[in-house]
Design a binder for this molecule. Structure first.
Ligand code: BG6
Length: 483
């Protein structure tokens, strides 16, 4: 293989699905913000590609609108925006046909990093990969970025992996799970592996249990058609919650390098206990409050798809045997709140006599109000004997890092820049995705086989009462879902 010197950082990014919702809301505004932060080299280029016939000029108007709507920028945006737009091109293309490919060949440069973002239906991944190859648009420096859903079960995920592997090696495939791009998720690794304090206690001897909550206030909105075929298990648990669990439970990798990290995550997925599908709480939101019910939103009065899941998961390995991981996620809940909570065990013996239970609790807050809080027990101030009280040691990033600290980049913008840099640490490897489906498949198959009907829960509530009961049976409680 002939090696070439590629100017660092110069890239052509082609966004297939360049007029879609993800491009409009996340990818294009994210790129603009990176441009404003000086991370986009002067001769980098972004090429939108989609079916719609339009000129590059019209596409630039589309991009400008998207940036103004979702870019969250302050004063003086116009000069920057104009310069940014000068790097934008558009090609009307038929991903599975012949139209547009010649124009793309002329536009894309062969002496820079070429990244192709597949922001299209997974059914097009194979065709796109093939056409990029046939038209000579790739070499060993090219990358592709693929969006979830990466399959809907093990079989389809394997087919996708095989299709992509025909044209790209694993080091060129960037499977996005945008949760891995969230600031606090990476901070979780910094806290675990950058401090002496936590790691010695990070096991079943000291940790009573772990909770992972991803609560949303939004419903399925206009994604009903996709969502009703997926449900919370496929849409959230198989990927986002599973990734969070992996980062919490994995062994320390020997270095912060893509394969070292992903090897450890894979071991966690393989150590997950098989689930009894009957023990998982499935819920579906009703139409109380101000929106349609789930069934109205998906236009199926009989739908049995879950918009909520709560489950107790075991990790059978030396470190975690005996420490349950409680996961829950749902739509139309009381508050938007994503949090990982590590609840440490009670003291073996209290020298202070009869006191209420005191647990140290480490809470890692993903959104909103990102930050990490450690609950510690101290003496309640004042006279009157030794009374203990739990107080938070708060590490809210904005406060700790000061006013002037840069707003953390949105998950997508960080991940896109990692693609350009060629860093796969925060992307899922093919075997991880397959292992995750291998674990969720039997659960979903069992629900489908017996026609399981989810419990209805009130919109704006904390989810089905059964989830509370699940914890109560273990004499534990969920953390409150609060903004
Ligand atoms: C997506 C799911 O992957 O993540 C959506 O498909 C969900 O259903 C979204 O709403 C949540 O992401 P975030 O970043 O808003 O928590």
């Amino acid at each position: 293989m002939v090696s070439r010197v590629i100017p660092v950082g110069v890239f052509d990014l082609v966004i297939f699905g360049g007029t879609g919702d993800l491009a409009r809301r996340k990818i294009l505004p994210g790129l603009f913000r990176r441009y404003c932060s000086g991370q986009m080299p002067p001769d980098a280029r972004v090429i939108g590609a989609a079916r719609t016939e339009m000129s590059s000029e019209n596409y630039r108007e589309f991009v400008a609108k998207a940036v103004r709507e979702f870019g969250v920028v302050g004063q003086g945006i116009d000069t920057d925006l104009e310069k940014f737009l000068a790097r934008i091109e558009y090609v009307a293309i038929d991903a599975c046909g012949v139209t547009g490919w010649n124009k793309l060949i002329k536009l894309v440069r062969s002496d820079v990093v070429r990244a192709y973002y597949f922001s299209v239906a997974p059914s097009l991944f194979g065709d796109l990969a093939q056409r990029l190859n046939i038209h000579g648009l790739t070499d060993e420096f090219s990358r592709i970025v693929v969006e979830k859903p990466f399959g809907r079960d093990l079989k389809t995920a394997k087919t996708l992996n095989t299709d992509l592997a025909t044209y790209f090696n694993e080091g060129q495939i960037y499977r996005i799970d945008h949760y891995l791009g969230k600031e606090t998720v990476q901070n979780l690794m910094a806290v675990r592996f950058g401090n002496m304090l936590f790691e010695p206690l990070w096991n079943s001897q000291y940790v009573d249990h772990i909770q992972i909550t991803v609560a949303e206030t939004v419903g399925v909105g206009d994604r009903g058609e996709y969502y009703d075929k997926s449900g919370a298990m496929r849409d959230m648990v198989q990927n986002h919650l599973m990734q969070l669990l992996c980062l919490i439970a994995m062994e320390p990798p020997s270095k912060f390098d893509p394969d070292a990290v992903r090897d450890e995550k894979l071991k966690v997925i393989r150590a997950l206990d098989p689930m009894d599908p009957h023990q998982i709480i499935r819920g579906q939101y009703d139409g109380f409050g101000d929106g349609p019910s789930y069934r109205q939103a998906v236009r199926d009065a009989q739908s049995r798809t879950e918009s909520y899941i709560a489950m107790k998961v075991g990790v059978s390995n030396w470190r975690w045997a005996g420490t349950p991981f409680y996961l829950r996620t749902g739509k139309r809940l009381k508050a938007r709140s994503s949090e990982i909570t590590v609840v440490f065990k009670e003291l073996n013996h209290s020298i202070f006599g009869e006191q209420e239970d005191h647990h140290n609790v480490l809470s890692i807050r993903l959104q909103p109000n990102e930050g990490i809080t450690l609950g510690v027990t101290i003496k309640e101030p004042g006279p009157g004997g030794m009374r203990l009280v739990d107080v938070p040691l708060d590490m809210t990033f904005a406060e700790a890092l000061g006013e002037g600290s840069e707003e953390p980049p949105d998950a997508y913008e960080r991940l896109i820049m990692d693609v350009i840099r060629g860093n796969q640490t925060l992307f899922m490897r093919g075997d991880e995705v397959e292992a995750a489906w291998a674990w969720t498949d039997p659960i979903i198959e069992s629900w489908e086989a017996r026609g399981d009907v989810p419990k209805i829960y009130e919109s704006g509530s904390e989810g089905p009462e059964d989830a509370v009961q699940m914890m109560a049976r273990d004499t534990r409680v969920w953390r409150k879902v609060s903004p």
